[in-house]
Design a protein around this ligand. Structure first.
Ligand SMILES: CC(=O)Nc1cnc2ccccc2c1
Length: 446
């Protein structure tokens, strides 16, 4: 080139034609606040986790779906005071549209089900694994994105839907080595709340708001809970009664309070009896304090928890029979759950159940002679056409370098293309674990 070159400290030549300021522009190599990169080792663990999500979903006959990470903001505008609404990652795009990065997957599912309408026969059993976003002040230093596994059953009104969903999560836990000693499910129904509030003629509009307030029990002081419940028109009597019911841990106790005629007790009894048939009774318990923090739940709600009580909820879900109709769709019953990718990894670390997911490449192929680079490519292609993984050494490197890389990528075999062998249509194959080395005819290589 014509421009003068002067080696700088690193010995690499700098072309002075570009102004020195170009070199001051070192970008910030970290991802945006609250987000993560997945370098290879982390990506292998994530793939292991998602592979198990997928395998279980397919074991239960569910079909995979996906939606855009960007949705119209109105999909999430609910007036029940949810945290997910306060933290919506929303903005106005260049077409002046109000849009949002999805904070959860269920509204997208509802949108797609309505879009598909009668063309999709019921019951619908869909699953998705998608990245979800929230925007919160970094003061809390919490993550702004996570991946969620969702499974949903649309069109099944009975608690057989919820029983099936819980069975799929139990199946997942078992697959990755988690037992009923490690985690359990707290199960309740929002109909418990509904039936208590109906004793006090609380307006329907207060129901969802009351649920969201009650979901904060244990996270904010009880005085604050009571204050907020008053603000949504609950009388002191109603509040006291409600809090007493929410502390119940047995269905018998609940039945004494509500009687056995209401839907709440009946459905919970049905669910616990189905759990027996599915074989996961030891995993579940009734706990009236479970309401979950999403406004659209209308019936059974459940959450997976770690029995040591160190971690936040592992997963959660329930019945949402009104969501489709609030989006203008038909009155179709639905239930589903969300399972985040963060707490489960914390739990696996706690239990020393994080799997070894090593990089494994069957072969490393290299030529010892610059003139045989093409021959090495031929050998690599031949093996790849047989479905064998090959790391092809792309430059002429000393053997010491090749052995080091072979060890790092966990290669089983080193295929050496040398001049004398190649002339006889042979290559040298070294099994790296034993050191055994043979000369193999190219046609016999597999
Ligand atoms: C533990 C964790 O990462 N939680 C998390 C992270 N990002 C989210 C984003 C949207 C909704 C919920 C979220 C939850």
């Amino acid at each position: 080139s014509t421009t003068p070159h002067h080696p700088n400290a690193t010995g690499r030549s700098i072309s002075l034609s570009s102004p020195p300021s170009d070199f001051a522009q070192k970008i910030d190599v970290n991802p945006p606040k609250g987000t993560r990169d997945f370098p290879p080792e982390d990506m292998r663990l994530r793939n292991w986790l998602f592979h198990n999500f997928r395998e279980v979903s397919e074991l239960f006959g569910f079909e995979e779906v996906d939606y855009p990470v960007l949705e119209t903001e109105s999909l999430y505008i609910r007036k029940a005071g949810e945290e997910i609404r306060d933290q919506l990652y929303c903005f106005e795009d260049k077409g002046n549209r109000r849009v949002a990065l999805r904070p959860e997957l269920t509204p997208s599912l509802a949108r797609l089900v309505i879009q598909k309408g009668k063309s999709v026969p019921l019951p619908i059993k869909w699953f998705a694994i998608g990245q979800c976003w929230r925007y919160e002040r970094m003061t809390r230093g919490r993550r702004r994105e996570h991946y969620q596994w969702n499974m949903d059953i649309i069109g099944v009104p009975d608690v057989t839907g919820e029983a099936e969903l819980i069975s799929s999560i139990v199946t997942f836990f078992k697959r990755i080595g988690i037992t009923a000693k490690d985690v359990g499910f707290k199960i309740s129904s929002r109909k418990v709340l509904q039936e208590v509030l109906s004793l006090y003629s609380v307006p329907e509009a207060s129901f969802a708001k009351a649920c969201i307030i009650i979901d904060k029990m244990g996270k904010i002081p009880m005085e604050e809970i009571k204050k907020e419940l008053k603000l949504v028109d609950l009388s002191n009597e109603a509040i006291e009664d409600l809090l007493q019911v929410l502390s119940m841990k047995s269905l018998t106790e609940l039945e004494e309070k509500l009687g056995d005629a209401g839907e709440a007790v009946r459905e919970l009894k049905q669910l616990f009896s189905l759990a027996e048939k599915f074989g996961y009774s030891e995993w579940i318990q009734f706990d009236a304090s479970v309401v979950r923090g999403l406004a659209y739940y209308t019936g059974i709600v459940f959450e997976g928890f770690d029995r040591e009580g160190k971690l936040r909820a592992i997963c959660g879900g329930g019945r949402y029979d009104r969501l489709l109709s609030t989006f203008g769709g038909d009155d179709i019953p639905a239930c589903g759950f969300g399972f985040g990718d963060a707490v489960i990894i914390e739990l696996l670390k706690e239990r020393q159940l994080i799997p070894e997911v090593p990089l494994e490449v069957e072969n490393i192929v290299c030529s010892l002679d610059p003139d045989l680079q093409g021959a090495a490519a031929t050998v690599a292609t031949l093996l790849r056409e047989k479905g064998q993984c090959v790391d092809l050494v792309l430059e002429n490197k000393p053997l010491k370098w090749v052995f080091k890389r072979a060890a790092r990528i966990n290669a089983r075999r080193l295929i050496l293309v040398g001049k004398s062998e190649w002339e006889r249509g042979m290559v040298s194959v070294k099994i790296l674990s034993t050191g055994e080395q043979n000369q193999i005819n190219l046609d016999d290589l597999q």
